[in-house]
Ligand binder design. Sequence first.
Ligand SMILES: [Fe+2]
Ligand SMILES: [Fe+2]
Length: 278
Amino acid sequence: MTRLDEILSRINFLPAIHPTFSRALDLLASPDSDARDVVGVIQYDPAISTNILRLCNSPLYPIQRRISSLEEAVVYIGFTEVRRMILLIATEKIFTKTYPGYEELRGELLNHSVACAVISKRLLPLSPPLAADLFTTALLHDIGKMILSDFVGEDYERILGRVKELKCAFSEAEQEIIGTTHAEVGARILQSWNFPEEMTEAVRNHHNPQKVPNSPLTHFVSIANIIAMMMGYTTGIDGLSYMGFPDLYRRYSIKEKTIEKIMMTASDEIATVQAMFS
Ligand SMILES: [Fe+2]
Ligand SMILES: [Fe+2]
């Protein structure tokens, strides 16, 4: 059994994402289902239905009129947006759950992830149209770290030691010591939870976006990740160990001035979204 298999087998002990989420994601991806099918699944889950209505009427989703029925919400905002909401609700649950052994990293990882998500939202106007949700993908991009810190605690300390010692990238040290990376572990978790393929791919490659030249979602998560680190939202010593992506800035015409502006103005929104998850 490889180290990755061993880690992944331990992940099976993680409480699985609720079957309703998986079933709803399946239906939302199928061309044969309609709003009634989706409501048929999500209506029995008070967390999903209440949250969809709450999110529909919150400032995050500035819809002009008040929505009070679930079917109306699904028809009105469309499948893409419902999927986005279900993923966001699932993500909120993942982040607010307590994992033993993860407490130390929890605060800074949450801050880093939220910063990355808020920054990604600001970069969105510069991206081509994306099939999957950038905000949620950015929020989840480092979920593998949460799992690694929890399930391979001792090795995690060794990885941190190696980064300090060699001043290498966190992923390199992970590969050397445990034979896999938080990016791969995160991607496998999302896969097992039935999250969309584009999101899985972006999580897998967020430190190597050049590996997927046709995935703007991956590229924008990678860029947002670097900007979050430049703003100081890092997970410990990891922050200084990654380089930027000048090729991507050129490809998407992202100017230095734009990055500076995001860095100067995103903090308040980051704090607001952090409060949602605390
Ligand atoms: Fe990462
Ligand atoms: Fe990150």
